[in-house]
Design a protein around this ligand. Structure first.
Ligand code: G4P
Length: 549
Protein backbone atom coordinates (compact mmCIF):
# COMPACT_ATOMS: atom_id res chain seq x y z
CA UNK A 1 0.00 0.00 0.00
CA UNK A 2 1.20 3.51 -0.69
CA UNK A 3 2.00 5.66 2.25
CA UNK A 4 -0.79 7.81 3.59
CA UNK A 5 -3.51 6.20 1.58
CA UNK A 6 -7.11 6.05 2.66
CA UNK A 7 -9.27 3.01 2.22
CA UNK A 8 -12.73 2.14 3.24
CA UNK A 9 -12.87 -0.89 5.48
CA UNK A 10 -14.87 -3.78 4.12
CA UNK A 11 -17.74 -4.65 6.34
CA UNK A 12 -17.42 -8.06 7.94
CA UNK A 13 -20.33 -9.98 9.43
CA UNK A 14 -22.05 -7.88 12.04
CA UNK A 15 -21.23 -8.91 15.59
CA UNK A 16 -23.30 -8.37 18.68
CA UNK A 17 -21.66 -6.05 21.20
CA UNK A 18 -21.10 -8.93 23.61
CA UNK A 19 -19.45 -11.06 20.91
CA UNK A 20 -17.24 -8.18 19.79
CA UNK A 21 -16.08 -7.47 23.35
CA UNK A 22 -15.49 -11.12 24.09
CA UNK A 23 -13.18 -11.59 21.13
CA UNK A 24 -11.13 -8.43 21.72
CA UNK A 25 -7.79 -8.30 23.50
CA UNK A 26 -5.93 -5.08 23.83
CA UNK A 27 -2.36 -4.65 25.03
CA UNK A 28 0.77 -2.53 24.96
CA UNK A 29 4.37 -3.72 25.12
CA UNK A 30 6.53 -2.18 27.82
CA UNK A 31 10.25 -2.56 27.38
CA UNK A 32 13.59 -0.83 27.31
CA UNK A 33 15.04 0.10 23.89
CA UNK A 34 16.73 -2.88 22.21
CA UNK A 35 14.92 -5.55 24.22
CA UNK A 36 13.25 -6.63 20.97
CA UNK A 37 9.89 -4.84 20.89
CA UNK A 38 9.98 -4.24 17.14
CA UNK A 39 11.03 -7.83 16.52
CA UNK A 40 8.31 -9.26 18.76
CA UNK A 41 5.66 -6.94 17.27
CA UNK A 42 6.66 -8.08 13.84
CA UNK A 43 6.37 -11.75 14.74
CA UNK A 44 2.96 -11.19 16.29
CA UNK A 45 1.78 -9.41 13.15
CA UNK A 46 3.14 -12.24 11.09
CA UNK A 47 1.06 -14.78 13.01
CA UNK A 48 -1.94 -12.51 12.66
CA UNK A 49 -1.39 -12.35 8.90
CA UNK A 50 -1.20 -8.55 9.13
CA UNK A 51 2.19 -8.57 7.40
CA UNK A 52 3.56 -11.15 5.02
CA UNK A 53 7.24 -11.07 5.78
CA UNK A 54 9.50 -10.30 8.69
CA UNK A 55 11.35 -7.03 8.30
CA UNK A 56 8.23 -5.26 7.05
CA UNK A 57 7.82 -3.14 10.15
CA UNK A 58 11.36 -1.85 9.99
CA UNK A 59 11.41 -1.67 6.21
CA UNK A 60 8.32 0.47 6.32
CA UNK A 61 10.15 2.85 8.64
CA UNK A 62 13.22 2.99 6.48
CA UNK A 63 11.40 3.40 3.20
CA UNK A 64 9.14 6.05 4.58
CA UNK A 65 8.99 9.11 2.42
CA UNK A 66 9.12 12.44 4.11
CA UNK A 67 5.52 12.87 5.05
CA UNK A 68 5.82 15.88 7.27
CA UNK A 69 8.33 18.24 8.80
CA UNK A 70 7.86 16.42 12.00
CA UNK A 71 8.56 13.12 10.40
CA UNK A 72 11.61 14.72 8.87
CA UNK A 73 12.82 15.18 12.42
CA UNK A 74 11.91 11.59 13.13
CA UNK A 75 13.90 10.53 10.09
CA UNK A 76 16.94 12.59 11.04
CA UNK A 77 16.98 11.01 14.45
CA UNK A 78 16.36 7.56 13.00
CA UNK A 79 13.66 6.73 15.48
CA UNK A 80 9.97 6.25 15.51
CA UNK A 81 7.89 8.91 17.19
CA UNK A 82 4.66 7.96 15.58
CA UNK A 83 2.95 5.46 17.74
CA UNK A 84 0.07 3.71 16.12
CA UNK A 85 -2.38 1.03 16.97
CA UNK A 86 -2.03 -2.22 15.14
CA UNK A 87 -5.18 -4.27 14.85
CA UNK A 88 -5.15 -7.83 13.60
CA UNK A 89 -7.19 -11.00 13.85
CA UNK A 90 -5.72 -14.22 15.14
CA UNK A 91 -7.79 -17.39 15.47
CA UNK A 92 -11.03 -16.17 17.02
CA UNK A 93 -9.59 -13.00 18.52
CA UNK A 94 -9.30 -9.41 17.38
CA UNK A 95 -6.11 -7.99 18.84
CA UNK A 96 -5.32 -4.33 19.33
CA UNK A 97 -1.63 -3.77 19.91
CA UNK A 98 -1.07 -0.26 21.19
CA UNK A 99 2.36 0.64 19.96
CA UNK A 100 4.30 2.62 22.57
CA UNK A 101 7.09 4.90 21.36
CA UNK A 102 10.06 3.20 22.91
CA UNK A 103 13.15 5.25 22.31
CA UNK A 104 14.91 6.28 25.47
CA UNK A 105 14.28 9.90 24.58
CA UNK A 106 10.56 9.61 24.37
CA UNK A 107 7.87 10.41 25.77
CA UNK A 108 4.80 11.24 27.77
CA UNK A 109 2.74 9.69 24.97
CA UNK A 110 4.14 6.34 25.91
CA UNK A 111 2.70 6.72 29.38
CA UNK A 112 -0.62 7.95 28.02
CA UNK A 113 -0.92 4.98 25.70
CA UNK A 114 -0.82 2.77 28.76
CA UNK A 115 -3.94 4.56 29.99
CA UNK A 116 -5.75 3.06 27.00
CA UNK A 117 -4.38 -0.47 27.47
CA UNK A 118 -6.12 -3.32 29.28
CA UNK A 119 -3.07 -5.59 29.41
CA UNK A 120 0.68 -5.11 29.13
CA UNK A 121 3.42 -7.35 27.85
CA UNK A 122 6.66 -6.70 29.71
CA UNK A 123 9.53 -7.59 27.44
CA UNK A 124 12.96 -8.21 28.96
CA UNK A 125 16.31 -9.00 27.45
CA UNK A 126 17.46 -12.20 29.21
CA UNK A 127 20.98 -10.84 29.53
CA UNK A 128 19.99 -7.45 30.93
CA UNK A 129 16.99 -8.23 33.11
CA UNK A 130 14.90 -5.29 34.25
CA UNK A 131 16.02 -2.01 32.72
CA UNK A 132 15.14 1.58 33.67
CA UNK A 133 12.57 2.34 30.96
CA UNK A 134 10.72 -0.89 31.70
CA UNK A 135 10.56 -0.07 35.39
CA UNK A 136 9.11 3.39 34.70
CA UNK A 137 6.50 2.00 32.36
CA UNK A 138 5.68 -0.74 34.82
CA UNK A 139 4.94 1.90 37.49
CA UNK A 140 2.38 3.47 35.16
CA UNK A 141 0.74 0.06 34.60
CA UNK A 142 0.70 -0.49 38.32
CA UNK A 143 -1.29 2.72 38.88
CA UNK A 144 -4.16 1.04 37.03
CA UNK A 145 -3.33 -2.50 38.21
CA UNK A 146 -3.36 -3.85 34.69
CA UNK A 147 -2.31 -7.45 34.07
CA UNK A 148 1.35 -7.88 33.11
CA UNK A 149 2.59 -10.75 30.95
CA UNK A 150 6.36 -11.16 30.94
CA UNK A 151 8.28 -12.36 27.89
CA UNK A 152 11.96 -12.96 28.54
CA UNK A 153 13.59 -12.55 25.17
CA UNK A 154 16.88 -13.40 23.48
CA UNK A 155 17.18 -16.85 25.07
CA UNK A 156 19.30 -17.86 22.08
CA UNK A 157 22.02 -15.67 23.53
CA UNK A 158 23.87 -16.05 26.83
CA UNK A 159 21.68 -14.60 29.55
CA UNK A 160 21.24 -14.40 33.30
CA UNK A 161 20.08 -17.40 35.30
CA UNK A 162 16.30 -17.72 34.82
CA UNK A 163 15.73 -18.02 38.57
CA UNK A 164 17.51 -14.75 39.23
CA UNK A 165 15.46 -13.04 36.48
CA UNK A 166 12.29 -14.08 38.32
CA UNK A 167 13.76 -13.00 41.64
CA UNK A 168 14.50 -9.57 40.25
CA UNK A 169 10.89 -9.10 39.10
CA UNK A 170 9.60 -10.21 42.48
CA UNK A 171 11.93 -8.08 44.57
CA UNK A 172 12.14 -4.94 42.44
CA UNK A 173 8.59 -4.75 41.16
CA UNK A 174 6.78 -6.55 43.95
CA UNK A 175 5.09 -8.79 41.38
CA UNK A 176 4.61 -12.48 42.02
CA UNK A 177 5.85 -14.55 39.09
CA UNK A 178 4.56 -17.78 37.61
CA UNK A 179 6.74 -19.28 34.90
CA UNK A 180 4.51 -20.80 32.23
CA UNK A 181 7.46 -22.40 30.51
CA UNK A 182 11.00 -23.03 31.65
CA UNK A 183 14.15 -22.83 29.53
CA UNK A 184 16.52 -25.71 28.90
CA UNK A 185 20.00 -24.20 28.65
CA UNK A 186 20.74 -20.78 27.24
CA UNK A 187 22.79 -19.08 24.55
CA UNK A 188 24.58 -21.57 22.30
CA UNK A 189 23.18 -24.35 24.47
CA UNK A 190 19.56 -23.17 24.43
CA UNK A 191 17.58 -26.28 23.58
CA UNK A 192 14.00 -25.24 24.15
CA UNK A 193 11.47 -24.88 26.94
CA UNK A 194 9.37 -27.17 29.10
CA UNK A 195 5.72 -26.20 29.30
CA UNK A 196 5.01 -26.40 33.00
CA UNK A 197 1.34 -27.13 32.53
CA UNK A 198 1.58 -29.96 30.00
CA UNK A 199 5.13 -31.09 30.88
CA UNK A 200 5.92 -31.12 27.18
CA UNK A 201 9.27 -30.09 25.78
CA UNK A 202 9.16 -27.62 22.92
CA UNK A 203 12.43 -28.09 21.11
CA UNK A 204 14.28 -25.07 19.81
CA UNK A 205 15.39 -25.32 16.21
CA UNK A 206 17.10 -22.26 14.82
CA UNK A 207 14.73 -21.21 12.04
CA UNK A 208 15.89 -19.43 8.95
CA UNK A 209 15.77 -15.72 9.63
CA UNK A 210 12.27 -14.35 9.17
CA UNK A 211 10.61 -17.76 8.98
CA UNK A 212 8.28 -19.19 11.56
CA UNK A 213 9.94 -21.87 13.67
CA UNK A 214 8.56 -25.40 13.58
CA UNK A 215 7.92 -25.82 17.31
CA UNK A 216 8.53 -29.52 17.67
CA UNK A 217 6.77 -30.80 20.81
CA UNK A 218 7.84 -33.95 22.63
CA UNK A 219 6.70 -35.64 25.82
CA UNK A 220 9.31 -35.84 28.56
CA UNK A 221 9.52 -39.61 28.19
CA UNK A 222 9.90 -39.52 24.41
CA UNK A 223 13.09 -41.45 23.54
CA UNK A 224 13.88 -38.99 20.72
CA UNK A 225 14.44 -36.29 23.30
CA UNK A 226 17.88 -37.76 24.12
CA UNK A 227 19.10 -36.94 20.63
CA UNK A 228 17.89 -33.38 20.79
CA UNK A 229 18.57 -32.23 24.35
CA UNK A 230 21.63 -32.94 26.51
CA UNK A 231 20.74 -34.97 29.60
CA UNK A 232 22.40 -32.61 32.10
CA UNK A 233 20.61 -29.55 30.70
CA UNK A 234 17.25 -31.27 30.88
CA UNK A 235 17.91 -32.44 34.44
CA UNK A 236 18.89 -28.95 35.55
CA UNK A 237 15.70 -27.51 34.06
CA UNK A 238 13.55 -30.19 35.71
CA UNK A 239 15.20 -29.58 39.08
CA UNK A 240 14.51 -25.88 38.77
CA UNK A 241 10.88 -26.56 37.92
CA UNK A 242 10.63 -28.75 41.00
CA UNK A 243 12.01 -25.92 43.04
CA UNK A 244 9.44 -23.54 41.55
CA UNK A 245 6.63 -25.97 42.20
CA UNK A 246 7.70 -26.20 45.82
CA UNK A 247 8.05 -22.50 46.56
CA UNK A 248 6.15 -20.51 43.97
CA UNK A 249 2.58 -19.31 44.05
CA UNK A 250 -0.14 -21.01 42.07
CA UNK A 251 -1.23 -19.56 38.82
CA UNK A 252 -4.38 -17.70 39.65
CA UNK A 253 -6.20 -15.88 36.89
CA UNK A 254 -7.75 -13.42 39.35
CA UNK A 255 -4.34 -12.41 40.63
CA UNK A 256 -3.18 -11.98 37.04
CA UNK A 257 -6.13 -9.73 36.27
CA UNK A 258 -5.49 -7.75 39.46
CA UNK A 259 -1.95 -7.04 38.22
CA UNK A 260 -0.41 -8.91 41.15
CA UNK A 261 0.91 -12.02 39.44
CA UNK A 262 2.74 -12.12 36.14
CA UNK A 263 2.88 -15.22 33.94
CA UNK A 264 6.43 -15.51 32.60
CA UNK A 265 7.42 -16.93 29.21
CA UNK A 266 10.92 -17.56 27.89
CA UNK A 267 11.64 -17.34 24.20
CA UNK A 268 13.47 -15.68 21.38
CA UNK A 269 11.57 -13.27 19.19
CA UNK A 270 14.26 -13.04 16.55
CA UNK A 271 14.45 -16.76 15.96
CA UNK A 272 10.70 -16.97 16.36
CA UNK A 273 10.90 -19.36 19.25
CA UNK A 274 8.13 -19.36 21.81
CA UNK A 275 6.21 -16.50 20.22
CA UNK A 276 3.20 -18.50 19.11
CA UNK A 277 2.81 -20.43 22.42
CA UNK A 278 3.13 -17.07 24.15
CA UNK A 279 0.43 -15.52 21.98
CA UNK A 280 -1.89 -18.50 22.48
CA UNK A 281 -1.52 -18.44 26.27
CA UNK A 282 -1.70 -14.67 26.40
CA UNK A 283 -5.03 -14.68 24.56
CA UNK A 284 -6.45 -17.19 27.03
CA UNK A 285 -5.25 -15.34 30.11
CA UNK A 286 -5.51 -11.67 29.14
CA UNK A 287 -8.57 -9.73 30.12
CA UNK A 288 -11.06 -8.55 27.51
CA UNK A 289 -11.89 -4.82 27.45
CA UNK A 290 -12.66 -3.84 31.01
CA UNK A 291 -15.14 -1.55 32.71
CA UNK A 292 -13.72 1.93 33.29
CA UNK A 293 -14.16 4.49 36.02
CA UNK A 294 -16.11 7.61 35.13
CA UNK A 295 -17.37 10.50 37.23
CA UNK A 296 -20.69 8.77 37.88
CA UNK A 297 -19.29 5.31 38.56
CA UNK A 298 -18.03 2.43 36.50
CA UNK A 299 -18.99 2.11 32.82
CA UNK A 300 -19.34 -1.43 31.54
CA UNK A 301 -18.10 -2.10 27.99
CA UNK A 302 -21.44 -3.77 27.27
CA UNK A 303 -23.36 -0.58 27.97
CA UNK A 304 -25.08 0.02 24.60
CA UNK A 305 -24.27 3.76 24.45
CA UNK A 306 -20.97 4.60 22.82
CA UNK A 307 -18.37 6.18 25.13
CA UNK A 308 -14.66 6.71 24.71
CA UNK A 309 -11.81 9.02 25.65
CA UNK A 310 -8.95 10.77 23.89
CA UNK A 311 -5.57 9.43 25.02
CA UNK A 312 -3.26 10.85 22.42
CA UNK A 313 -3.14 13.70 19.93
CA UNK A 314 -0.87 13.82 16.99
CA UNK A 315 -0.21 16.68 14.65
CA UNK A 316 1.00 16.68 11.09
CA UNK A 317 0.65 13.04 10.29
CA UNK A 318 0.17 14.12 6.73
CA UNK A 319 1.62 17.48 5.61
CA UNK A 320 -0.66 17.72 2.58
CA UNK A 321 -3.51 18.26 5.00
CA UNK A 322 -1.63 19.78 7.97
CA UNK A 323 -3.86 17.46 9.88
CA UNK A 324 -4.21 16.64 13.53
CA UNK A 325 -5.55 13.35 14.74
CA UNK A 326 -7.09 12.57 18.10
CA UNK A 327 -6.85 8.91 19.10
CA UNK A 328 -9.91 7.70 20.96
CA UNK A 329 -10.10 4.52 22.95
CA UNK A 330 -13.60 3.08 22.64
CA UNK A 331 -14.82 2.07 26.11
CA UNK A 332 -18.44 1.05 25.66
CA UNK A 333 -21.08 0.50 23.01
CA UNK A 334 -20.66 0.27 19.29
CA UNK A 335 -19.14 3.20 17.48
CA UNK A 336 -20.45 3.82 13.98
CA UNK A 337 -19.26 6.06 11.20
CA UNK A 338 -21.31 9.28 10.88
CA UNK A 339 -22.41 8.98 14.47
CA UNK A 340 -23.19 12.21 16.31
CA UNK A 341 -21.55 12.21 19.71
CA UNK A 342 -21.35 14.64 22.61
CA UNK A 343 -18.11 16.18 23.75
CA UNK A 344 -18.26 16.16 27.54
CA UNK A 345 -15.88 19.07 28.21
CA UNK A 346 -17.55 21.61 25.89
CA UNK A 347 -21.07 20.18 25.73
CA UNK A 348 -20.98 20.37 21.91
CA UNK A 349 -22.34 17.68 19.57
CA UNK A 350 -20.07 16.50 16.81
CA UNK A 351 -20.76 14.31 13.80
CA UNK A 352 -17.86 11.94 13.28
CA UNK A 353 -17.88 11.45 9.56
CA UNK A 354 -14.33 10.28 8.93
CA UNK A 355 -13.25 7.99 11.74
CA UNK A 356 -10.03 6.21 10.83
CA UNK A 357 -7.94 3.28 11.76
CA UNK A 358 -4.28 3.94 11.23
CA UNK A 359 -1.90 1.13 10.47
CA UNK A 360 1.59 2.52 10.02
CA UNK A 361 1.15 5.12 7.31
CA UNK A 362 -2.08 3.71 6.00
CA UNK A 363 -5.47 5.08 6.85
CA UNK A 364 -8.63 3.08 6.83
CA UNK A 365 -12.00 4.75 7.16
CA UNK A 366 -13.81 2.61 9.68
CA UNK A 367 -17.48 1.77 9.65
CA UNK A 368 -17.63 0.62 13.21
CA UNK A 369 -15.51 0.03 16.28
CA UNK A 370 -16.01 -1.70 19.59
CA UNK A 371 -14.69 -1.46 23.16
CA UNK A 372 -10.94 -2.01 23.22
CA UNK A 373 -10.51 -0.53 19.72
CA UNK A 374 -8.86 2.77 18.93
CA UNK A 375 -10.10 5.18 16.29
CA UNK A 376 -8.41 8.27 14.90
CA UNK A 377 -10.53 11.40 14.51
CA UNK A 378 -9.65 14.54 12.62
CA UNK A 379 -9.01 17.15 15.23
CA UNK A 380 -9.42 20.75 14.21
CA UNK A 381 -8.25 21.83 17.67
CA UNK A 382 -11.34 20.63 19.47
CA UNK A 383 -10.07 17.61 21.37
CA UNK A 384 -7.68 17.59 24.30
CA UNK A 385 -6.01 14.69 26.10
CA UNK A 386 -8.46 13.00 28.45
CA UNK A 387 -11.65 14.33 26.75
CA UNK A 388 -14.68 12.06 26.85
CA UNK A 389 -17.02 11.46 23.90
CA UNK A 390 -20.39 9.84 24.55
CA UNK A 391 -23.89 9.20 23.35
CA UNK A 392 -26.89 8.91 25.65
CA UNK A 393 -26.57 9.99 29.26
CA UNK A 394 -23.54 12.16 30.03
CA UNK A 395 -20.37 10.29 30.96
CA UNK A 396 -17.02 11.81 31.84
CA UNK A 397 -14.03 9.53 32.26
CA UNK A 398 -11.30 10.27 34.74
CA UNK A 399 -8.70 12.18 32.76
CA UNK A 400 -5.10 11.17 32.19
CA UNK A 401 -2.67 12.43 34.81
CA UNK A 402 0.52 14.42 34.14
CA UNK A 403 3.56 12.19 34.56
CA UNK A 404 6.75 13.32 36.22
CA UNK A 405 8.90 15.20 33.72
CA UNK A 406 12.66 14.71 33.81
CA UNK A 407 13.95 17.49 31.59
CA UNK A 408 13.32 21.17 32.20
CA UNK A 409 14.20 24.14 30.09
CA UNK A 410 13.30 27.81 29.84
CA UNK A 411 11.71 28.55 26.51
CA UNK A 412 12.94 31.98 25.35
CA UNK A 413 11.41 34.05 22.61
CA UNK A 414 14.17 36.44 21.51
CA UNK A 415 11.86 38.41 19.21
CA UNK A 416 9.25 40.45 21.16
CA UNK A 417 7.28 41.26 18.00
CA UNK A 418 6.55 37.52 17.63
CA UNK A 419 5.08 37.30 21.13
CA UNK A 420 1.49 36.80 19.96
CA UNK A 421 2.42 33.78 17.89
CA UNK A 422 4.76 32.53 20.61
CA UNK A 423 1.93 32.65 23.12
CA UNK A 424 -0.54 30.98 20.76
CA UNK A 425 1.95 28.22 19.94
CA UNK A 426 2.91 27.52 23.54
CA UNK A 427 -0.71 27.41 24.66
CA UNK A 428 -1.83 25.17 21.83
CA UNK A 429 1.07 22.77 22.19
CA UNK A 430 0.40 22.52 25.91
CA UNK A 431 -3.30 21.83 25.28
CA UNK A 432 -2.32 19.17 22.83
CA UNK A 433 -0.12 17.56 25.46
CA UNK A 434 3.06 17.86 23.38
CA UNK A 435 4.86 19.12 26.48
CA UNK A 436 4.09 20.19 30.03
CA UNK A 437 4.41 23.86 30.90
CA UNK A 438 5.50 25.15 34.30
CA UNK A 439 5.80 28.75 35.44
CA UNK A 440 8.20 30.52 37.75
CA UNK A 441 6.55 31.80 40.92
CA UNK A 442 8.40 35.09 40.40
CA UNK A 443 5.97 37.14 38.26
CA UNK A 444 8.82 39.03 36.62
CA UNK A 445 10.07 35.79 35.01
CA UNK A 446 7.31 35.30 32.49
CA UNK A 447 8.93 32.85 30.11
CA UNK A 448 7.46 29.36 30.32
CA UNK A 449 9.44 26.37 31.52
CA UNK A 450 9.08 23.37 29.24
CA UNK A 451 8.96 20.12 31.16
CA UNK A 452 9.28 16.85 29.30
CA UNK A 453 9.94 13.19 29.76
CA UNK A 454 12.48 13.15 26.92
CA UNK A 455 14.75 15.63 25.15
CA UNK A 456 13.09 14.93 21.85
CA UNK A 457 9.80 16.39 23.08
CA UNK A 458 11.57 19.72 23.50
CA UNK A 459 13.02 19.50 20.01
CA UNK A 460 9.62 18.70 18.56
CA UNK A 461 8.11 21.72 20.33
CA UNK A 462 10.81 24.05 19.01
CA UNK A 463 10.49 22.59 15.55
CA UNK A 464 6.74 23.02 15.51
CA UNK A 465 6.88 26.55 16.94
CA UNK A 466 9.17 27.51 14.09
CA UNK A 467 7.34 25.72 11.29
CA UNK A 468 3.73 26.08 12.36
CA UNK A 469 3.78 29.38 14.26
CA UNK A 470 6.77 31.11 12.64
CA UNK A 471 8.62 31.65 15.92
CA UNK A 472 12.26 30.80 16.37
CA UNK A 473 12.89 30.05 20.04
CA UNK A 474 15.84 29.33 22.26
CA UNK A 475 16.05 26.67 24.96
CA UNK A 476 17.93 27.35 28.15
CA UNK A 477 18.22 24.17 30.20
CA UNK A 478 17.49 24.24 33.91
CA UNK A 479 19.64 21.74 35.74
CA UNK A 480 16.79 19.77 37.31
CA UNK A 481 15.86 16.16 36.82
CA UNK A 482 12.91 15.44 39.05
CA UNK A 483 9.52 17.03 39.67
CA UNK A 484 7.18 16.36 42.57
CA UNK A 485 3.72 17.73 43.18
CA UNK A 486 2.94 18.71 46.77
CA UNK A 487 -0.13 17.02 48.19
CA UNK A 488 -2.17 19.62 50.00
CA UNK A 489 -0.91 22.40 47.71
CA UNK A 490 0.32 25.80 48.84
CA UNK A 491 -1.04 25.59 52.42
CA UNK A 492 1.05 22.47 53.13
CA UNK A 493 4.07 24.12 51.62
CA UNK A 494 3.63 27.18 53.81
CA UNK A 495 3.38 25.00 56.92
CA UNK A 496 6.75 23.49 56.15
CA UNK A 497 8.58 26.79 55.86
CA UNK A 498 11.78 27.30 53.90
CA UNK A 499 12.99 24.53 51.64
CA UNK A 500 16.55 24.01 50.46
CA UNK A 501 18.03 22.48 47.33
CA UNK A 502 14.88 22.63 45.28
CA UNK A 503 13.07 25.15 43.12
CA UNK A 504 9.39 25.85 43.61
CA UNK A 505 7.40 26.44 40.42
CA UNK A 506 3.71 26.14 39.57
CA UNK A 507 1.83 24.11 37.01
CA UNK A 508 -0.97 25.47 34.77
CA UNK A 509 -3.49 24.79 37.52
CA UNK A 510 -1.39 26.92 39.90
CA UNK A 511 -0.36 23.91 41.95
CA UNK A 512 3.09 23.96 43.49
CA UNK A 513 5.69 21.71 41.91
CA UNK A 514 9.13 21.11 43.41
CA UNK A 515 12.08 20.61 41.09
CA UNK A 516 15.16 18.71 42.25
CA UNK A 517 18.61 18.33 40.76
CA UNK A 518 18.89 14.71 41.77
CA UNK A 519 17.43 11.88 43.79
CA UNK A 520 19.74 12.70 46.68
CA UNK A 521 18.26 16.19 47.13
CA UNK A 522 14.76 14.78 46.95
CA UNK A 523 15.51 12.14 49.58
CA UNK A 524 17.13 14.75 51.79
CA UNK A 525 13.99 16.87 51.70
CA UNK A 526 11.79 13.86 52.47
CA UNK A 527 14.03 13.03 55.42
CA UNK A 528 13.99 16.61 56.72
CA UNK A 529 10.21 16.95 56.34
CA UNK A 530 8.63 13.55 56.92
CA UNK A 531 5.15 15.04 57.14
CA UNK A 532 5.33 16.38 53.61
CA UNK A 533 3.52 14.25 51.02
CA UNK A 534 4.92 14.40 47.51
CA UNK A 535 3.61 12.80 44.35
CA UNK A 536 5.37 11.96 41.09
CA UNK A 537 2.11 12.03 39.16
CA UNK A 538 -0.20 15.03 39.15
CA UNK A 539 -3.84 14.18 39.76
CA UNK A 540 -6.27 15.18 37.05
CA UNK A 541 -8.00 18.54 37.50
CA UNK A 542 -11.50 18.78 36.17
CA UNK A 543 -13.69 21.80 35.70
CA UNK A 544 -10.88 24.35 36.15
CA UNK A 545 -9.35 26.15 33.19
CA UNK A 546 -5.54 26.07 33.20
CA UNK A 547 -3.54 29.30 33.14
CA UNK A 548 -2.42 30.30 29.68
CA UNK A 549 0.79 32.08 28.88
P1 G4P B 1 13.45 -2.55 20.19
O1 G4P B 1 12.33 -2.36 19.21
O2 G4P B 1 13.00 -3.04 21.53
O3 G4P B 1 14.38 -1.39 20.32
O4 G4P B 1 14.36 -3.76 19.70
P2 G4P B 1 14.49 -4.45 18.27
O5 G4P B 1 13.33 -5.35 18.01
O6 G4P B 1 14.85 -3.43 17.25
O7 G4P B 1 15.72 -5.40 18.59
C1 G4P B 1 16.98 -4.90 18.99
C2 G4P B 1 18.06 -5.84 18.53
O8 G4P B 1 17.91 -7.09 19.21
C3 G4P B 1 17.98 -6.16 17.05
O9 G4P B 1 19.30 -6.36 16.58
C4 G4P B 1 17.24 -7.47 17.01
O10 G4P B 1 17.51 -8.24 15.86
C5 G4P B 1 17.80 -8.13 18.25
N1 G4P B 1 16.90 -9.16 18.79
C6 G4P B 1 15.58 -9.08 19.04
N2 G4P B 1 15.11 -10.24 19.52
C7 G4P B 1 16.17 -11.08 19.58
C8 G4P B 1 16.33 -12.46 20.00
O11 G4P B 1 15.41 -13.13 20.38
N3 G4P B 1 17.60 -12.94 19.91
C9 G4P B 1 18.67 -12.23 19.46
N4 G4P B 1 19.85 -12.82 19.43
N5 G4P B 1 18.54 -10.95 19.07
C10 G4P B 1 17.31 -10.40 19.12
P3 G4P B 1 20.05 -5.29 15.70
O12 G4P B 1 21.38 -5.87 15.42
O13 G4P B 1 19.98 -3.97 16.38
O14 G4P B 1 19.16 -5.16 14.42
P4 G4P B 1 19.01 -6.18 13.21
O15 G4P B 1 20.20 -5.94 12.37
O16 G4P B 1 18.97 -7.57 13.77
O17 G4P B 1 17.73 -5.77 12.57
Amino acid sequence: MDSSTEHSSSKGPELSLAEAVERRRNFAIISHPDAGKTTLTEKLLLYGGAIQQAGAVKARGQQRKVTSDWMELEKQRGISITSTVLQFDYLTNTINLLDTPGHQDFSEDTYRTLAAADNAVMLEDAAKGLEPQTKKLFEVCRMRSIPIFTFINKMDRPGQEPLSLLDEIESELGLTTWAVNWPIGSGELFRGVIDRRTKEVIVFERAERGKQSTELKLKLDDPNLNDLVEKDLLEKALEEIELLDAVAANMDIELIHAGELTPVFFGSAMTNFGVRPFLDSFLKMAQPPIARMASDGVVDPLKPDFTGFVFKLQANMDPRHRDRVAFVRVCSGRFQKDMTVNHARTGKSIRLSRPQKIFGQDRLVVDDAYPGDVIGLNNPGMFAIGDTLYTGKKVEYEGIPCFSPEIFSWLRNPNPSAFKNFRKGVNELREEGAVQILYDTDQSKRDPILAAVGQLQLEVVQHRLEHEYGVVTRLEPLGFQLARWVNGGWPSLENIGRLFNCKIVKDPWSRPVLLFKNEWNLNQLIEDHPSMQLSSVAPVVSGVEPISL
